[in-house]
Ligand binder design. Structure first.
Ligand SMILES: Nc1ncnc2c1ncn2[C@@H]1O[C@H](COP(=O)(O)OP(=O)(O)OP(=O)(O)O)[C@@H](O)[C@H]1O
Length: 609
C-alpha cells in the first residue's frame, strides 16, 4: 500500500467529538500495580550486571557513611574531651580520605543508574513504537493521536526519571536502613528501641498521604495525555479554526483542559509536599526522645558516653532520612507506575496478526473478487451489505454513490485495514485472510485524496512507494505521473524539502506526487480515491493523463466524484446505503436511466453528488 493516510471520522457519541467530555470515564486507580512492576522489572532484567555494580557501590557508600559517623562520636570521646589535637588532626585526614572515596562511589552509582534508566526507557519506547505500527486501524479511529504521543514521550520519560533517581535512592535507602539499624543496636539496644518507637507513626502518616495522592498522580498523567491530544488535533486543524473564526472557542476549550491539568498537578504535588514537613516533625520528636533518654541513662550511671549519644543521634538521622526518602519515593514511583500502565495498555491492545499459515507470495496478477461481503465498524450499524464483485486483471472498476454510501469502506477492505464480518475477498482466487498483510498491501497501491507527505525531500517522498528504487527510477516515475515539470521548477528540484505535510505545494501537485509514488510501487492493483477532485482543469487533465498511464495493465478501482473521469471504466458500480444497486458500463447504465443516469445527469446540470 502506498499512500495510506486515512482521515478518521468522528461520530456522535465518540469522545473525540467533545474534547472536554472525554475525561469523565477515566479510572483514577492503578489497575494492576503488581503486574506493572513485574513488567518494569522484566525490562530491567537485561541490566543485571550494572544493577549489581550499582548495588555494590551503594553498599560501599553506606558502609563509609556508617564508619564516618562512628568516627565522629569516637573523636568526641577520645580526642575532643581529652584535648588531643594531633590525634584529632589525624582522624580528620582519615575522614577526608574516606569521604573522597564516598564521593567517587556515589558518582559512579548515579552514572550506572542513569545508564540503566536511559537504556530501559529507550527499550520501552522502541517496543511501544513497534507495537503502535501493528495496531489495527480501528485503534486510531477511537484514540487521539496526541494521547498516544503523550504515552510515547511523557509517560516513558516519567519512567526514565523515576528509574534514574529512585532506584539508587531505594538501594542506598535499604542498605542505610539495615546498616544504621545494626550499628545502633551495637551501640545501645535501649536507645535503638526508643528511636524506633516513632517509625510506625512515620509509616502510618506516609500511607495516609500516599493513598490521598495516588488518584491525583494518575489523573495528572491522564490530563497531560488529554492536553497533548487536544493540542495535536487543534494545531493540525488551525486553518479551519481561523477560517471558521473559532479562535475564542479554541482558547476557552484549551484553558479548560489546561486548568484541569494544572488542578490535578497542584493537588498531587501539594498533597505529596505535606510528606516532608510531617516527617520532619516526627524526626524532631525522635531526636528529642533520644536526647532525654540518653541524658537519663548517663545520669542513672550507665556506661553510655556523650560521644555515644552524639553518634547515636547522627545514626538516627541517617536512619530516618533514607526511611523518609524511601517513603517519599513511593510518590514518584506511583506517578511512574501510572505512566507505565498507560504504556503497557497500548502494548496489550490486540494487534494485527496474520494467520499462522499465511502465505508470503507477494506477486499477484491482480484479479479481485468479493463474494457476499458484509461489514460493520460497530455492532450497531451494518455498513456494507451483501457486496459481490469481480475485477479481472487489467480492468478498471469505478465506484460511484452518494457521500457516506460506503465507497471508501469498500476499498479499505481490500487492503485489510478492517476485517469483514462475513463473505470472502479473494485475490487471484486466494482468500486475502490467508495472505500476509504486508504482501497484500505491497500488491495494492493507493492514491487517496488527502495525500500525506513527510518532511523530507520530494525525492524521498516519492521513493516511499518503493524504498529500493534508484534516483533514476524515482525521476522516471515522476515523469510518468506528470510531476517532473513542476518538481524541476521547485527551488531545489527533487531535493526540495517539503514542510508541514507538503504545505508548500498545491493540492494538485500533492496528488501528482502521490501518483508518482504509486507508479514506483509497481503494484498490480491500483486504488484511486477521489484523486481528481478539488483541482483546476489543467491540473485535472495532468492527473487524468497520469492516472491513465498508471492504470495500464493494472486492475484499478476508481472512486471519483467527477463522473466524466470514469466514463471509460470496464464496469461502474453504483453504491447506495452499503449495497451495489446498479452495475454495468456507462452506456448500459445510462440506457437503463435509473440511479447512475440520475447522478450523471444531475452532475451535468452543475450539481455535485
Ligand atoms: N472508521 C470508521 N468507524 C466507524 N464508522 C465509519 C468509519 N469510517 C466510515 N464510517 C461510516 O461508514 C459509512 C460509509 O463511510 P465511507 O467513508 O465508506 O463513505 P463514502 O461513500 O466513501 O463517503 P464519501 O464519498 O463522503 O467519502 C458512513 O456512515 C460513515 O459514517
Amino acid at each position: 500500500m502506498v499512500d495510506g493516510r486515512v482521515a478518521s471520522v468522528v461520530r456522535p457519541g465518540d469522545p473525540r467529538g467533545n474534547p472536554l467530555g472525554r475525561f469523565n470515564k477515566r479510572p483514577d486507580k492503578l489497575k494492576n500495580a503488581r503486574g506493572t512492576i513485574q513488567r518494569l522489572l522484566a525490562y530491567l532484567g537485561g541490566k543485571k550486571k550494572l544493577l549489581i555494580l550499582t548495588f555494590l557501590l551503594c553498599f560501599i557508600t553506606t558502609i563509609i557513611s556508617i564508619i564516618g559517623t562512628w568516627l565522629n562520636g569516637y573523636a568526641v570521646d577520645h580526642f575532643i574531651e581529652k584535648g588531643d589535637m594531633p590525634g584529632l588532626l589525624q582522624l580528620c585526614i582519615m575522614l577526608a580520605a574516606i569521604y573522597c572515596v564516598s564521593v567517587a562511589s556515589t558518582y559512579w552509582q548515579n552514572r550506572c543508574m542513569v545508564d540503566i534508566a536511559q537504556r530501559t526507557a529507550a527499550k520501552i519506547r522502541r517496543d511501544l513504537y513497534r507495537d503502535i505500527q501493528i495496531l489495527p486501524l480501528q485503534y486510531f479511529d477511537t484514540h487521539s493521536s496526541g494521547d498516544l504521543m503523550s504515552r510515547l514521550t511523557n509517560d516513558v520519560d516519567n519512567i526514565n526519571m523515576t528509574l534514574g533517581q529512585s532506584i539508587t535512592q531505594l538501594f542506598s535507602g535499604a542498605v542505610s536502613i539495615v546498616g544504621m539499624l545494626a550499628a545502633m543496636l551495637l551501640l545501645s539496644p535501649v536507645l535503638t528501641l526508643v528511636g524506633l518507637t516513632t517509625v510506625p507513626l512515620t509509616f502510618l502518616l506516609s500511607k495516609l498521604i500516599m493513598n490521598k495522592t495516588q488518584p491525583f498522580f494518575i489523573k495528572q498523567q491522564q490530563e497531560l495525555g488529554n492536553l497533548n491530544g487536544y493540542i495535536e488535533e487543534r494545531i493540525s486543524g488551525q486553518k479551519l479554526i481561523i477560517l471558521c473564526g473559532r479562535e475564542e472557542q479554541a482558547k476557552a476549550e484549551f484553558a479548560k483542559i489546561n486548568k484541569k491539568l494544572t488542578r490535578s498537578a497542584i493537588f498531587a504535588q501539594a498533597l505529596s509536599g505535606i510528606m516532608g514537613p510531617v516527617n520532619n516533625a516526627v524526626n524532631n520528636l525522635t531526636y528529642f526522645m533520644l536526647t532525654v533518654s540518653g541524658a537519663y541513662l548517663i545520669f542513672s550511671g550507665s556506661n553510655i558516653t556523650v560521644g555515644v549519644i552524639f553518634t547515636f543521634i547522627l545514626y538516627m538521622r541517617n536512619f530516618t532520612r533514607p526511611l523518609n526518602e524511601t517513603l517519599n519515593i513511593f510518590n514518584t514511583i506511583q506517578s511512574a507506575l501510572a505512566g507505565a500502565e498507560r504504556v503497557f495498555e497500548v502494548m496489550d491492545e490486540p494487534k494485527e496478526k496474520d494467520a499462522e499459515q499465511a502465505k508470503e507470495v507477494c506477486r499477484f496478477k491482480g484479479e479481485i473478487t468479493l463474494q457476499q461481503v458484509n461489514f460493520s465498524y460497530t455492532k450497531e450499524q451494518g455498513i456494507l451489505k451483501n457486496v459481490s464483485l469481480k475485477a479481472h486483471k487489467g480492468q478498471t472498476i469505478a465506484i460511484v454513490g452518494p457521500t457516506g454510501s460506503g465507497k471508501t469502506t469498500l476499498i479499505h477492505l481490500l487492503t485489510r485495514f478492517y476485517d469483514i464480518d462475513s463473505g470472502e475477498i479473494l485475490i487471484d482466487g486466494e482468500n486475502i485472510d490467508t495472505i500476509k498483510r504486508s504482501c497484500l498491501r505491497r500488491a495494492i497501491a493507493m492514491v487517496l485524496q488527502d495525500t500525506y507527505l513527510f518532511s523530507e525531500s520530494v525525492r524521498e517522498n516519492i521513493r516511499y512507494g518503493r524504498l529500493t528504487a534508484t534516483d533514476e527510477e524515482v525521476e522516471q516515475a515522476a515523469r510518468l505521473a506528470n510531476a517532473h515539470r513542476f518538481i524541476k521548477q521547485l527551488p531545489e528540484g527533487y531535493d526540495t524539502v517539503l514542510t508541514d505535510n507538503g504545505g508548500n505545494l498545491s493540492q494538485g501537485q500533492r496528488q501528482l506526487l502521490a501518483l508518482a509514488r504509486a507508479v514506483l510501487a509497481q503494484a498490480s492493483v491500483l486504488i484511486l480515491d477521489e484523486a481528481t477532485s478539488s483541482v483546476d482543469t489543467r491540473t485535472e487533465a495532468a492527473i487524468q493523463k497520469a492516472m491513465l498511464s498508471l492504470m495500464q495493465g493494472k486492475t484499478a478501482f476508481v472512486i471519483a466524484h467527477r463522473l466524466s473521469t470514469i466514463r471509460n471504466a470496464d464496469e461502474i458500480l453504483a453504491v447506495k446505503d452499503g449495497q451495489i444497486i446498479e452495475r454495468g458500463t456507462h452506456q448500459e447504465l445510462m440506457a437503463q436511466g435509473n440511479f447512475y443516469a440520475g447522478l450523471y445527469n444531475s452532475q451535468f446540470k452543475g450539481l455535485q453528488i
